[in-house]
Write a protein that binds this ligand. Structure first.
Ligand code: SF4
Length: 708
């Protein structure tokens, strides 16, 4: 049954735009059954959305939706099966593999698209029903360096430690490797408001993106040199006496070691290394230091590197030394990418975490969670492999024989995609739970069709740390089930059904909330009713002893203290080093990846929406006309780009907005257009984030006749 005028949220990015969804009374051919309007009362997007959100209802009744489970038959094709047959097949396969190879041979892979309830239950399922340490999720590819840096420096990771409305009030805004004009267009209203109030916008990006085009200052560094640039800015601040000594003394620890480390920095060397002139460096540093309020917000640019967490720490060092963090409309923030990238990493689907940001290797945290789950702490597995390492361990060689995938298209989204495809094909059992078949399910032994975003209610935590409620707009399509129902049904077949008493989202949220009481990400004071009444609640929000005086939630962090035991933030000495691959004689160009406005992540959903495909039908490589001329590449023709891992023939898009030593391509396409065929699986040693933003390639233009 359809519901009228439902206030809910977009299924895609972490801005989680509020929207109103209404069934259409009269439907034109090709129109979705629901009309989507931006909610002008929701305080984050305030009546704006992007084309992805406006077209999202087209997925609900899409003809390619799968509504019957599928099992791989004798012919090698997926064929329809009943739910009982499919769930029995999966459970029997898991039990047989566990009996033969041990629990660590089983694995689960989750997603930053899953609701908090699903992320929580998937983590519990992996630890209690599968008994495996091996669970991780695609948020590892998105948020892990930002999270690692913030945890080290502040003792807590929440993407933005303030609401987005604060952006409009900061005097100097630095967007470092972030392009919200394309990736999160409604966020630009806050950036535009900041500029309209006389604020300064500085963008750091190897490309002159749409965001960079409206900036007062655009720094266009060589890919992979963000850490050197951030360290260089702080070294300049120190040498010019711009450090806020009183703040550093009162609110931080560890500055002296960092100061000594940076004393030897040579600004001319930083200029040569980064390609950013000393004059520009000085302008940025002085504007930040002089401003009464300033923010540095990072995106995936500096984070998706093999030194990503150190780069985040260098940005935080700069913000702390200039005395900006914890002051009004000031500080460092990491712009979360995926819809529930924030909540997804708080509640236990990450290899090293338990719900509430508790740590799986901390004895007290293990005991607390085990007690709540009704099991012995010793029965909880330890820390598992990170996302890429887990995928690389699939098959007999690596020892992981069975993989359950929920809401992630790993075959497209992972680095070194050809290797991941080979590993998926080597599994004894691959189970994919999704609404549509995709490049990952092409290797599946079982496909379980799920209800979509508009067909089930659940909470998401947006980029500000605001927990919101994504309300369903109709019943699930007949034949589909929710991920929560699937997990509970499998748990029963694996003999632990009593530990999974309910698949109702509100029940699961109540369980999640209770278990996070006292944890860093404390949700225990949040209820569905409160979220509905208050347009979201910011964590931490502990339960109150007095029902008449509930905790208000925490929109702004760090005003009084940081989350280390002494309340102080930590500086870290972070040393620059080369990216895993830099151009050489054989592969003389940089290659970097990112998003387009029209598509989202692996494109598993957006590549099915006609308006989005019409606007952006294929992967195109952005190349500077000067470089194109040396290669003989023409706009609209094909350019073969090769790395040490494979090659892709992209369509050429000439653009003066990219450095002449760098190629850029979006990663939303699979198969032969997959940009991740080229990327390098070098991992950050702390966050285990792959280096999506830098690898070395060579390129050759195809003759026009070959391209046609
Ligand atoms: S994709 Fe992001 S910015 Fe676009 S409508 Fe959805 S939530 Fe808003």
């Amino acid at each position: 049954m359809n519901r009228e005028n439902v206030k809910t949220h977009c299924p895609y990015c972490a801005f989680q735009c509020g929207m109103t969804v209404t069934p259409r009374a009269a439907r034109q051919p090709g129109q979705a059954a629901f009309e989507v309007r931006a909610d002008d009362t929701f305080p984050v997007n305030r009546g704006q959305m992007c084309i992805k959100g406006f077209t999202s209802a087209e997925l609900l009744d899409h003809p390619a939706r799968v509504t019957t489970p599928r099992l791989r038959g004798r012919t090698g094709h997926l064929v329809e099966a009943s739910w009982d047959a499919a769930l029995d097949f999966v459970a029997e396969g898991l039990l047989a593999i566990r009996a033969r190879h041990g629990a660590a041979a089983l694995a689960a892979f989750g997603s930053g698209a899953l609701t908090n309830e699903k992320a929580y239950l998937l983590g519990k399922f992996a630890r209690l029903a599968l008994g495996t340490p091996n669970i991780d999720y695609n948020g590892r590819y998105c948020m892990s360096s930002g999270a690692a840096g913030q945890n080290k420096a502040f003792g807590l990771d929440r993407g933005l430690p303030f609401p987005v409305e604060d952006i409009a009030r900061t005097e100097v805004l630095v967007l470092w490797g972030a392009n919200p004009a394309d990736t999160m267009p409604p966020m630009m209203q806050w950036v535009n408001a900041q500029r309209a109030r006389g604020g300064t916008l500085i963008v750091v990006d190897p490309r002159r993106t749409e965001t960079a085009q409206v900036a007062d200052l655009h720094l266009q560094p060589t890919p992979g040199t963000d850490l050197a640039l951030a360290n260089g800015l702080l070294a300049l601040a120190i040498s010019e006496g711009r450090v806020d000594d009183g703040y550093v003394r009162a609110r931080t620890q560890g500055f002296e070691a960092l100061r000594r480390h940076l004393l030897g920095t040579n600004p001319a060397h930083v200029e040569r290394q980064t390609g950013v002139s000393l004059d520009q460096q000085l302008q940025v540093m002085r504007r930040l230091a002089d401003a009464g309020s300033a923010m540095i917000l990072s995106g995936r640019g500096p984070e998706q590197q093999s030194k990503g967490s150190d780069t985040v720490l260098a940005l935080i060092n700069l913000a702390l030394a200039l005395g900006k963090v914890g002051k009004p409309a000031s500080g460092y923030g990491c712009i979360t990418g995926q819809g529930n990238g924030q909540g997804g990493r708080e509640h236990g689907q990450k290899a090293d975490q338990l719900p509430g940001y508790r740590l799986i290797e901390d004895a007290d945290d293990r005991a607390h969670v085990a007690r709540a789950w009704g099991v012995e702490p010793a029965t909880l597995p330890g820390k598992g492999k990170s996302a890429y390492e887990l995928l690389d361990a699939l098959g007999p060689e690596g020892g992981v024989r069975a993989l359950l995938v929920f809401g992630s298209n790993v075959a497209v989204a992972s680095p070194h995609a050809l290797n991941v495809a080979r590993k998926l094909a080597a599994l004894d059992l691959l189970v994919v739970s999704d609404a549509f078949e995709n490049e990952t399910s092409a290797h599946a032994h079982a496909f379980l069709p799920i209800a979509q975003w508009g067909e089930e209610t659940g909470t998401m935590t947006n980029l500000e740390g605001r927990v919101i409620l994504r309300e369903r707009v109709r019943e699930a399509l007949p034949g589909t089930r929710t991920d929560l129902e699937i997990l509970c049904a499998l748990a029963t077949r694996l003999g632990v059904g009593a530990l999974f008493p309910s698949s109702a989202p509100e029940d699961v949220f109540a369980e999640l909330g209770a278990i996070t009481a006292g944890a860093r990400a404390d949700y225990s004071g949040i209820t569905y009713d409160r979220i509905r009444r208050e347009q979201g609640v910011f964590w931490p929000c502990p339960a109150s002893d007095d029902p008449a005086r509930p905790h208000p939630g925490t929109p702004r962090l760090f005003a009084e203290r940081f989350f280390h035991a002494d309340g102080k933030a930590r500086f870290h000495v972070v040393r620059d080093r080369p990216s895993a691959e830099t151009p050489d004689g054989d592969y003389p160009l940089y290659f970097t990846t990112g998003r387009t406005r029209e598509h989202y992540n692996s494109g598993a959903q957006t590549r099915r929406v006609p308006a989005l495909v019409d606007a952006q039908p294929e992967a195109r490589v952005q190349i500077h006309p000067r470089l194109a001329a040396t290669l003989g590449a023409q706009d609209g023709a094909k350019l073969v780009v090769e790395s040490r891992r494979g090659s892709v023939a992209f369509t050429v898009a000439l653009s003066p907005d990219i450095r002449a030593d760098t190629l850029f391509a979006p990663f939303h396409w699979g198969g032969k257009q997959a940009a991740n065929i080229l990327t390098v699986p070098a991992l950050d040693p702390t966050s285990r984030m792959p280096e999506f933003k830098v690898c070395a390639v060579r390129a050759r233009a195809l003759p026009a006749e070959a391209a046609s």
